[in-house]
Design a binder for this molecule. Structure first.
Ligand code: ADP
Ligand code: ZN
Length: 731
């Protein structure tokens, strides 16, 4: 069966818009006709909205009433592969198509004509009068041959004011022209020399490049400790994709998108790649979107939503730090960029590389089952070796009340200071103290809108809710009993730990690294570079430091509370603790000096702590896999989280109860419904939250069943429902 690819003027076409409608709308093709997949502007009531030509019109109404497409946008039509991909993600995540289209067009101003800017070249006349300044401008234009400059660039190069350039234009000695702002990205050269690879690395590269040349889909789990050269290895796979004339995408957790990484790409390929992340300007996003679509960006380095860019010929997707939780989007469209990268690649015949030192159990299990190929880089590059890991049994330490650095850890840090080496104290908690308690009545200060305690941030001199971001000043008197001067911080956060470290090591240079302490990502990155250069004795950090930074002088990692994330309602608690601790420990001893990691714990016999210490990863995964298999939970069973929310708790529960009673669509597929129950965070921003959990056997059509289950619901008032397939966090 052939699909109609082109529609003549006046023919009826179905257009998918970004507006929240449950179907496509019919329009007449505009003058000049339009292609299937064309991006168009269509009238909707009094407005003009963005849409894509999705197929032939449905008809069935008075055709004289049909309105016309206003215009076809000057961008590459959406390819069939992309339409299929968006449809499958919509089915998988139970997301309406308009929301999918919004995700795929997150570059404002797509419809605008390419914006122009002025550029300057050498003119063909002599100026009436030569000055020093004028000579310098003309010299610059001559020296750089045919190159065009913006006004600012030219004036800066020549060391003159812009009026000198304007004067030359008037005289015809320089020419002013309009040029499109959205320029293609500079060419990346895959044939520049790479590094000399170790035997391990070379073998992995050979496998990946062979896979790349098949031109077929395939996923590889690239596992290797931090510093083993995973990045070097996957950059060679990128090189092979580029040689084959295909595009590549490297996904990174947002925080790992550093200048250091981009510089490595530039060193390998001779130019910078396109960047896609939340910090990019509107113009830059639009440029990336357009150039990717017309094949004028060979490599995109980006955060998770880059997966929805309109690549012309995507040949490789790398998901670096594939276990990272930030790949799961938790609002709007609930999708896992890792899983959807695999889906997209399967559709367009691309390769996928999932790189990690501590893969997710999902990927490990897929490799075990033979669905993914697995490549291991066994050793660290060069002289670097993995740190020695030891527990500090907190039951045996003499602790002063209100302190968290044990005598054993203090001694180890002191030794590093004496040797001019760096130590990292890791605590995964922002702020000063997690709880502010009234010593008179026992009240704990809570957020007015959420079911969460307020966290004191001394740096900001305020209390903050980590759920909704609401802040308020630390009160003098208890809000409950009105007694003054009795409010006390309980437990440590990073700021409090820094205070203790300053008192314990008064002469040390101490640096705090927490995402909320820096005004901008650039300031944070600058600080990280200073530390890497050796400018700190003690680094105190949250989760932020666990990711991909290289601190060569760091030889000690002290984990303040290794037990912190062991418990919780989350089925992945053990896995997360294991990954986090191993990642943090991986910060030590990256260069020539051997490192040590000390874990403060009250449960040194806990199986997860033992697995971390012994480094028996396969053992840990096998045990974890057996546990989840027995419980029938992911990746050995299917799961979905349904959250109902509304301003009043009663009506929300009523709907939850009705859903639990009418669970036939799920029991028919062998599934089970749990709940309704108050969600672990029962109130956020004033909305009460009620949760149902759905479990189903692996392979059961859970999306279809859930769609049938919720279709008859009539949500009244301000009640909302969100469905999260394969939930990653349970809140
Ligand atoms: P990973 O991504 O596994 O953490 P990287 O690729 O970042 O490891 O490598 C760690 C460090 O070792 C980097 O500074 C990298 O440039 C260097 N390195 C790795 N392999 C080589 C090699 N074959 N030749 C030279 N330097 C290498
Ligand atoms: Zn709140």
């Amino acid at each position: 069966m052939s699909v109609q690819e082109y529609f003549d003027h006046g023919e009826l076409v179905a257009v998918l818009t970004t507006q929240p409608l449950d179907r496509t709308l019919d329009y007449k093709a505009p003058e000049g006709g339009c292609f299937l997949g064309a991006f168009v502007e269509v009238p909707l009531g009094p407005r003009k909205v963005l849409g894509v030509v999705w197929g032939p019109g449905q008809g069935g109404f008075d055709l004289t009433k049909a309105r016309s497409v206003i215009r076809v946008l000057e961008v590459a039509p959406m390819r069939e592969e992309m339409r299929v991909f968006l449809g499958k993600v919509a089915d998988y995540t139970l997301t309406p198509m308009p929301a999918m289209l919004r995700l795929a067009t997150r570059a404002p101003g797509l419809g605008d004509p390419p914006s122009m800017r002025k550029i300057y070249r050498l003119g063909d006349r002599e100026p009436d009068r030569m000055t020093d300044a004028r000579t310098r401008v003309l010299d610059v234009l001559r020296d750089y041959g045919g190159l065009a400059f913006t006004l600012k660039e030219l004036a800066e190069q020549a060391g003159v004011t812009s009026s000198v350039v304007k004067g030359l234009v008037k005289q015809g000695a320089a020419r002013e022209e309009d040029s499109p702002r959205d320029l293609p990205y500079p060419h990346l050269d895959p044939d520049l020399p790479g590094k000399d690879l170790t035997e391990d690395q070379a073998a992995a590269v050979a496998r990946l490049q062979t896979g790349q040349r098949t031109g077929d889909y395939g996923t590889t789990l690239l596992k290797g400790v931090t510093g083993s050269g995973k990045t070097e290895v996957y950059l060679e796979a990128v090189a092979e994709a580029l040689r084959l004339g295909r595009q590549a995408l490297v996904l990174l957790p947002e925080i790992a998108l550093t200048a250091e990484f981009l510089n490595r790409v530039e060193a390998r390929f001779g130019a910078l790649p396109a960047e896609w992340h939340s910090g990019a300007t509107v113009t830059e996003r639009r440029r990336v979107w357009r150039m990717v679509g017309q094949g004028d960006a060979q490599l995109v380095v980006g955060a998770r939503s880059a997966l929805f860019l309109p690549f012309r010929d995507l040949g490789l997707v790398v998901v670096d730090e594939e276990h990272d939780t930030s790949y799961k989007q938790e609002d709007g469209v609930h999708y896992s960029a890792r899983d959807m990268a695999v889906l997209r690649s399967a559709i367009c015949g691309a390769r996928v590389i999932l790189a990690s030192a501590t893969p997710s159990l999902e990927s490990w299990a897929n490799a075990e089952a033979g669905k993914y190929e697995r490549l291991d880089l066994k050793s660290r590059f060069g002289a670097a070796i993995l740190p020695e890991m030891k527990p500090i049994d907190m039951r045996a330490e003499q602790m002063q009340p209100g302190t968290w650095i044990s005598p054993s850890l203090r001694q180890a840090v002191q030794q590093r200071i004496e040797k001019s080496e760096q130590s990292l104290l890791f605590i995964n908690r922002r702020g000063y103290a997690p709880v502010t308690l009234c010593r008179a009545c026992g009240e704990q200060i809570a957020c007015d809108h959420c079911d969460a305690r307020m966290v004191e941030h001394r740096f900001l001199k305020r209390l903050m809710c980590h759920q909704c971001g609401e802040t308020k000043p630390v009160p003098e008197a208890c809000p409950s009993c009105a007694v003054e001067g009795k409010l006390a911080p309980v437990g440590p956060g990073i700021e409090r730990l820094a205070e203790e470290a300053e008192a314990t090591f008064p002469d040390a240079n101490i640096v705090m690294l927490s995402s909320d302490l820096f005004g901008s990502a650039r300031a944070l990155k600058a600080k990280i570079e200073e530390i890497a250069a050796g400018d700190a004795d003690i680094v105190i950090g949250t989760q932020l430091v666990a990711k991909g930074h290289n601190f060569p002088k760091l030889t000690l990692v002290g984990v303040i509370d290794a037990d912190l994330s062991l418990h919780g309602s989350d089925l992945r608690a053990a896995e997360r603790t294991f990954q986090l601790m191993r990642q943090v420990a991986g910060r030590a001893g990256r260069a020539e000096m051997p490192g040590q990691a000390l874990l403060q714990t009250f449960q040194p016999e806990h199986p997860v702590i033992r697995a971390i210490l012994s480094g028996d990863e396969e053992g840990f995964w096998k045990a974890e896999a057996a546990g989840r298999q027995a419980a029938g939970v992911p990746p050995y069973g299917r799961m979905a989280g349904i959250v109902l929310s509304g301003p009043e708790v009663g009506p929300v529960f009523d709907i939850g109860n009705a859903m639990a009673r009418n669970d036939a669509p799920l029991t028919q597929i062998g599934g089970q419904v749990f709940g309704p129950a108050p969600a672990p965070i029962a109130r956020i921003r004033g909305r009460h939250r009620v949760r149902l959990l759905v479990k189903a056997p692996k392979g059961a059509p859970i999306q279809d069943a859930i769609a049938r289950w919720i279709a008859p619901l009539r949500l009244k008032g301000d009640i909302r429902i969100t469905v999260d397939i394969d939930p990653q966090s349970f809140y």
